[in-house]
Design a protein around this ligand. Structure first.
Ligand SMILES: [Zn+2]
Length: 265
């Protein structure tokens, strides 16, 4: 089984301090990758490149892929296209200078590439991005692209999409390889879903630096009921073990190296 490890490199506190907790946790992820012979894709927020350039250099020097995750984690559906174009161009330049390599991958914050925000794809292609990993092919979440294929496909402008892996459960399509879906999923269900994955799918997990923070103190999330904040916090305490459980089932290179696997595209 081939499963790529992807990380959304962002700071949930939005402070982006040069040595913030997100930096320490990213270093922890780098150490774990080195110990396990893993190369991952780091979808990096533009503000991280500004605040912690050495971290981005370090990630690239260790052989991981640097990709882009927007300037400030605003959902694409709330972005202004001109502003998105300007910020993405500047951030791509900065990331490429730090990584010393072309940056060709993009992930929309919160998988917010939907039928309403498709305008972003042409801007991204013009800037030289070659693939996106930005859609949830399901209708169970706030952002989704329910009609989309589960296998990688090409958008009309030629960009390749790697959709979030989902499993069929009755009439639903359920994400299972990242976030709260993964952290609350029993291991037997996880193995069952992986065994049923189609041969033309490209499988990848996603995680965040804060998922690796065992000592994270409980804080109620903004605009979220107390019990949901508590359930998410408790689930994250189990997160890094669950991520490595999945990654141990199969190794695969960063997404940029899996473009040839996008067979149907
Ligand atoms: Zn994110």
């Amino acid at each position: 089984m081939e499963i790529t490890f992807t990380i959304d490199l962002e700071d949930p506190s939005e402070r982006y301090a040069p040595e913030g907790q997100y930096v320490l946790m990213t270093r922890r992820i780098l150490d774990l990758c080195a110990a396990n012979g893993r190369k991952a894709t780091f979808f990096t927020i533009g503000r991280v490149a500004e605040a912690a350039p050495d971290l981005v250099r370090e990630i690239a020097m260790q052989g991981h892929e640097i990709a882009y995750h927007s300037h400030n984690h605003l959902a694409l559906t709330l972005e202004n296209p001109a502003c998105f174009q300007r910020e993405s161009a500047a951030d791509k330049d900065r990331l490429e200078q730090l990584a010393q390599r072309p940056v060709i991958g993009f992930r929309a914050p919160r998988f917010s590439l939907t039928p309403q925000s498709l305008w972003a794809l042409d801007i991204l292609a013009e800037l030289g991005f070659r693939y996106s990993s930005s859609i949830m092919p399901t209708d169970i979440s706030l952002f989704g692209f329910p009609e989309a294929s589960q296998a990688p496909f090409a958008w009309p402008n030629g960009m390749i999409e790697f959709p979030l892996p989902v499993a069929k459960l009755g009439k639903y399509r359920l994400p299972y390889l990242g976030g709260i879906y993964l952290y609350t999923m029993p291991k037997f269900a996880l193995r069952l879903f992986l065994a049923k994955a189609r041969a033309d799918e490209v499988l990848w997990t996603y995680a965040h630096p804060y998922d690796f923070d065992d000592g994270e103190k409980f804080a109620r999330m903004p605009n979220t009921p107390l019990w949901i904040s508590l359930v998410l916090w408790l689930a994250r305490r189990n997160a890094s073990g669950k991520i490595w459980h999945v990654l141990d089932l199969g190794n695969a290179p960063p997404l940029c190296e899996r473009l040839p696997d996008a067979k149907g595209a």
